[in-house]
Unconditional design. Structure first.
Length: 139
């Protein structure tokens, strides 16, 4: 069995954003030479997420509005976590809802998706450098 590891780095200029990273993940698979296996993609920060969904701007807008209703950023005083001097408790909660990672089958050297599926990096506390791990195993 072969394995391959790569990191993607992001510095999103806004607090929240949704980035389609499907092309970058496929490029890592291409570099790996693995034709059959599994690809793990996970956010290496507790205020960011990796998830699979449709690449449709209205849906991303809906995610943002829904997450902000579930865990509003302000007032920051509503969260005990922010008593430490942080202001990102909402980002931790948003990440918990959207998930840490996604695993996708690799078939014939390609991400084996259903219709419309894409991989996204969800940023909930941006404006600093963060990374995503890609780990591919297979033959």
């Amino acid at each position: 069995m072969k394995h391959y590891r790569e990191e993607l780095w992001f510095n999103v200029p806004t607090r929240r954003a949704y980035l389609n990273i499907t092309g970058q993940v496929q490029a890592a698979i291409d570099k790996s030479g693995i034709k059959e296996g599994l690809c793990l993609v996970n956010a290496m920060h507790i205020s960011a997420s990796v998830f699979i969904n449709d690449d449709e701007s209205g849906l991303h807008h809906d995610f943002d509005k829904w997450l902000e209703k579930l865990a509003p950023h302000e007032p920051v005083s509503q969260y005990r976590h922010n008593d430490t001097g942080e202001d990102n408790a909402d980002a931790h909660l948003k990440r918990q809802v959207m998930g840490r990672e996604s695993v996708v089958a690799v078939t014939k050297g390609k991400l084996d998706f259903g219709p419309w599926e894409q991989i996204f990096y969800g940023e909930f506390d941006g404006r600093r450098k963060k990374r995503v791990l890609i780990k591919i195993i297979g033959q």
